[in-house]
Design a protein around this ligand. Structure first.
Ligand SMILES: Nc1ncnc2c1ncn2[C@@H]1O[C@H](COP(=O)(O)OP(=O)(O)OP(=O)(O)O)[C@@H](O)[C@H]1O
Ligand SMILES: [Mg+2]
Length: 146
Protein backbone atom coordinates (compact mmCIF):
# COMPACT_ATOMS: atom_id res chain seq x y z
CA UNK A 1 0.00 0.00 0.00
CA UNK A 2 1.24 3.48 -0.83
CA UNK A 3 0.49 5.87 2.01
CA UNK A 4 2.26 8.98 0.73
CA UNK A 5 3.41 10.00 -2.73
CA UNK A 6 5.35 13.12 -3.67
CA UNK A 7 6.85 14.42 -6.86
CA UNK A 8 9.13 17.40 -7.46
CA UNK A 9 10.41 18.97 -10.63
CA UNK A 10 14.20 19.27 -11.02
CA UNK A 11 15.50 21.86 -13.40
CA UNK A 12 18.72 21.11 -15.22
CA UNK A 13 21.64 23.49 -14.45
CA UNK A 14 19.66 25.23 -11.68
CA UNK A 15 22.33 25.17 -8.97
CA UNK A 16 20.38 27.67 -6.87
CA UNK A 17 17.46 25.33 -6.21
CA UNK A 18 19.41 22.08 -6.46
CA UNK A 19 18.81 19.89 -3.45
CA UNK A 20 15.45 21.39 -2.49
CA UNK A 21 13.42 18.27 -3.25
CA UNK A 22 15.67 16.16 -1.01
CA UNK A 23 15.28 18.64 1.83
CA UNK A 24 11.50 18.45 1.48
CA UNK A 25 11.61 14.65 1.66
CA UNK A 26 13.90 14.86 4.69
CA UNK A 27 11.51 17.26 6.45
CA UNK A 28 8.55 15.03 5.64
CA UNK A 29 10.25 11.90 7.00
CA UNK A 30 11.29 13.75 10.17
CA UNK A 31 7.69 14.88 10.74
CA UNK A 32 6.59 11.25 10.42
CA UNK A 33 9.20 10.14 12.98
CA UNK A 34 11.19 7.85 10.73
CA UNK A 35 14.50 6.52 12.00
CA UNK A 36 17.17 9.28 11.71
CA UNK A 37 19.65 6.86 10.14
CA UNK A 38 17.13 5.91 7.45
CA UNK A 39 16.30 9.58 6.83
CA UNK A 40 19.99 10.31 6.45
CA UNK A 41 20.44 7.56 3.85
CA UNK A 42 17.41 8.74 1.85
CA UNK A 43 18.63 12.35 2.03
CA UNK A 44 22.11 11.42 0.75
CA UNK A 45 20.66 9.46 -2.16
CA UNK A 46 18.17 12.20 -3.00
CA UNK A 47 20.78 14.91 -2.90
CA UNK A 48 23.32 13.01 -5.03
CA UNK A 49 20.60 12.12 -7.53
CA UNK A 50 19.35 15.68 -7.75
CA UNK A 51 22.87 17.04 -8.20
CA UNK A 52 23.48 14.59 -11.02
CA UNK A 53 20.35 15.75 -12.82
CA UNK A 54 21.38 19.38 -12.36
CA UNK A 55 24.99 18.78 -13.48
CA UNK A 56 24.82 16.01 -16.05
CA UNK A 57 21.18 15.42 -16.92
CA UNK A 58 18.26 17.26 -18.47
CA UNK A 59 15.11 18.51 -16.79
CA UNK A 60 13.69 15.82 -14.58
CA UNK A 61 11.90 14.87 -11.43
CA UNK A 62 12.30 13.32 -8.03
CA UNK A 63 9.44 11.09 -6.92
CA UNK A 64 9.07 9.61 -3.52
CA UNK A 65 6.66 7.06 -2.10
CA UNK A 66 6.13 5.67 1.36
CA UNK A 67 4.80 2.13 1.21
CA UNK A 68 4.01 -0.25 4.04
CA UNK A 69 7.48 -1.81 4.23
CA UNK A 70 9.64 0.37 2.04
CA UNK A 71 10.43 3.83 0.78
CA UNK A 72 10.85 4.32 -2.96
CA UNK A 73 12.97 7.15 -4.32
CA UNK A 74 12.99 7.65 -8.05
CA UNK A 75 14.99 10.28 -9.89
CA UNK A 76 14.71 10.65 -13.62
CA UNK A 77 15.70 13.13 -16.28
CA UNK A 78 15.45 13.53 -20.02
CA UNK A 79 19.10 14.43 -20.56
CA UNK A 80 21.86 12.79 -22.60
CA UNK A 81 21.86 9.56 -20.60
CA UNK A 82 24.79 7.74 -19.01
CA UNK A 83 27.10 6.41 -21.71
CA UNK A 84 28.52 3.53 -19.67
CA UNK A 85 26.58 2.68 -16.52
CA UNK A 86 29.21 0.17 -15.30
CA UNK A 87 31.90 2.83 -15.41
CA UNK A 88 29.65 5.53 -13.94
CA UNK A 89 28.99 3.31 -10.91
CA UNK A 90 32.72 3.05 -10.15
CA UNK A 91 34.14 5.24 -7.39
CA UNK A 92 36.15 8.09 -8.88
CA UNK A 93 34.68 8.04 -12.37
CA UNK A 94 33.45 11.49 -13.40
CA UNK A 95 32.85 13.52 -16.52
CA UNK A 96 32.31 16.69 -14.47
CA UNK A 97 33.55 19.87 -16.13
CA UNK A 98 36.24 22.15 -14.68
CA UNK A 99 33.46 24.53 -13.70
CA UNK A 100 31.70 21.77 -11.71
CA UNK A 101 34.98 20.81 -10.06
CA UNK A 102 35.55 24.41 -9.00
CA UNK A 103 32.17 24.22 -7.27
CA UNK A 104 33.39 21.17 -5.37
CA UNK A 105 31.71 18.46 -7.42
CA UNK A 106 33.21 15.80 -9.63
CA UNK A 107 34.74 13.35 -7.15
CA UNK A 108 32.86 10.61 -8.94
CA UNK A 109 31.31 9.48 -5.67
CA UNK A 110 27.62 10.29 -6.20
CA UNK A 111 26.46 7.03 -7.76
CA UNK A 112 28.70 4.84 -5.52
CA UNK A 113 27.23 6.68 -2.52
CA UNK A 114 23.70 6.05 -3.74
CA UNK A 115 24.48 2.37 -4.19
CA UNK A 116 25.97 2.20 -0.71
CA UNK A 117 23.10 3.99 1.03
CA UNK A 118 20.12 2.41 -0.71
CA UNK A 119 18.99 -1.15 0.04
CA UNK A 120 18.41 -1.63 -3.68
CA UNK A 121 19.21 0.46 -6.73
CA UNK A 122 18.34 0.16 -10.40
CA UNK A 123 20.00 2.49 -12.88
CA UNK A 124 18.47 2.68 -16.34
CA UNK A 125 19.71 4.95 -19.06
CA UNK A 126 19.43 5.31 -22.77
CA UNK A 127 21.66 7.48 -24.87
CA UNK A 128 19.89 10.68 -25.89
CA UNK A 129 16.75 9.79 -23.97
CA UNK A 130 17.68 10.13 -20.32
CA UNK A 131 18.28 8.38 -17.07
CA UNK A 132 16.12 6.82 -14.40
CA UNK A 133 17.39 5.74 -10.99
CA UNK A 134 15.12 3.82 -8.68
CA UNK A 135 16.14 3.22 -5.08
CA UNK A 136 14.45 1.18 -2.38
CA UNK A 137 14.88 1.57 1.39
CA UNK A 138 13.43 -1.06 3.65
CA UNK A 139 11.54 0.24 6.66
CA UNK A 140 12.88 -1.69 9.61
CA UNK A 141 10.07 -1.69 12.11
CA UNK A 142 12.54 -2.43 14.87
CA UNK A 143 11.63 -4.71 17.63
CA UNK A 144 10.75 -3.79 21.09
CA UNK A 145 7.19 -2.51 20.94
CA UNK A 146 6.15 -4.50 17.92
N1 LIG B 1 21.60 11.97 -14.70
C1 LIG B 1 22.72 11.77 -15.40
N2 LIG B 1 22.74 11.99 -16.74
C2 LIG B 1 23.86 11.80 -17.45
N3 LIG B 1 25.03 11.35 -16.94
C3 LIG B 1 25.07 11.10 -15.61
C4 LIG B 1 23.93 11.28 -14.76
N4 LIG B 1 24.26 10.94 -13.50
C5 LIG B 1 25.54 10.55 -13.55
N5 LIG B 1 26.05 10.64 -14.81
C6 LIG B 1 27.42 10.28 -15.27
O1 LIG B 1 27.98 9.40 -14.30
C7 LIG B 1 29.20 9.98 -13.78
C8 LIG B 1 29.38 9.56 -12.34
O2 LIG B 1 28.36 10.17 -11.52
P1 LIG B 1 28.69 10.42 -9.98
O3 LIG B 1 27.53 11.07 -9.35
O4 LIG B 1 29.16 9.14 -9.39
O5 LIG B 1 29.94 11.41 -10.01
P2 LIG B 1 29.97 12.97 -10.37
O6 LIG B 1 28.60 13.53 -10.42
O7 LIG B 1 30.78 13.13 -11.62
O8 LIG B 1 30.78 13.56 -9.13
P3 LIG B 1 30.22 13.77 -7.64
O9 LIG B 1 28.85 13.18 -7.58
O10 LIG B 1 31.17 13.06 -6.75
O11 LIG B 1 30.21 15.25 -7.44
C9 LIG B 1 29.05 11.46 -14.02
O12 LIG B 1 30.29 12.13 -14.06
C10 LIG B 1 28.34 11.47 -15.38
O13 LIG B 1 29.25 11.21 -16.42
MG1 LIG C 1 27.28 13.16 -8.84
Amino acid sequence: MTAVKKSYYIKSRDFIRAGEASIKIQTLLKSLNFDPQLIRRVAICGYEGEMNVVMHGGDGSLSFAINTDELILEISDDGPGIVNIGKAMQAGFSTASDEHREMGFGAGMGLPNMKKNADDIIVESEKGLGTRIRMVFFIDKGGDDG
